[in-house]
Design a protein around this ligand. Sequence first.
Ligand SMILES: N[C@@H](CCC(=O)N[C@@H](CS)C(=O)NCC(=O)O)C(=O)O
Length: 312
Amino acid sequence: MNPIILHHYDTSPFAEKIRLLLGFKRASWDSVQIPQIMPKPDLMPLTGGYRRTPVLQIGADIYCDTRLIIREIERRVPQPSLFPPAHAAMADAIAYWAENRLMRPITLYVSGMNVDHLPAGLQADRSQMRNLPPPDAATMRRAALRNAPLVHAQLPEVEAMLADGRDWILGNSATVADLAVYHPLWFFTARTELLAFELKPYPSIARWMARVKAIGHGTPTALAPADALAIASHADPEAQAVSSPWEHDPPLGSEVKVRADDYGRDAVSGELVHLSQDEIAVRRHDPVVGTVVVHFPRLGYDLRPMESDSRR
Ligand SMILES: N[C@@H](CCC(=O)N[C@@H](CS)C(=O)NCC(=O)O)C(=O)O
């Protein structure tokens, strides 16, 4: 069986979500460290242009975005489950709030306050990823102070979710909501302890964060990027599950492009080989790794026929 390979870097909050997922599944996995900024020459042959972190590789199948990565690992390692049927839909909604409403102000606040501790080129790269001009230190600090109230308005909401002493956000069992709410809060101290004080007033958050942290990361083994590329080039993509396209989807077998609908919008193009409620998959041929299938979640991604005008 091909190993589970995670392409990631240590300070990535979205990668922390998946490292904890692998811990929850008690998985052994291979860890490929990727650059925090572009270029990412050993990742591009696998994804065909998708640059965000993390990326999951299993043989010649490449899974982009933590929304799909979580579902794919859950499919391959069903127990213990992070999607207990009674809570799965609610957990998904809370995860969406955490990764959009909660995450962005925390990122801007933490990055702006840690401006002297960021790796060279990081902010310029992130601005380019969002089609914004590169900010100077004063602009970043202003953004931090503008976002601090949005952080302070939401931390009490997280505390309130846990205030009745429950172990996990939705009650007795861990769900995807726990990982999704945890990783923005983890980011407070991912680079420095400067903002550790922000979480101090919240005892329920502290208790719950200790519980999530104790899940651990499973058993990672370092893998060189070249070895991950070799694994892809020696593997064949797995057979596709039966598709369930909707009426206005491009036809299976046609050439399409897929890209994120928010940021990091580099398009990945290839032959559409799978469509379902949760997933889009395209087959592409790459000079370095040969044939790979790149998988995306439906939600958050834009699927178009190859010849369409991307501005519409
Ligand atoms: N919706 C994506 C978001 C991933 C994301 O924004 N990751 C950040 C790092 S935590 C990123 O890609 N930053 C730019 C980069 O790593 O190149 C997911 O769930 O995977």
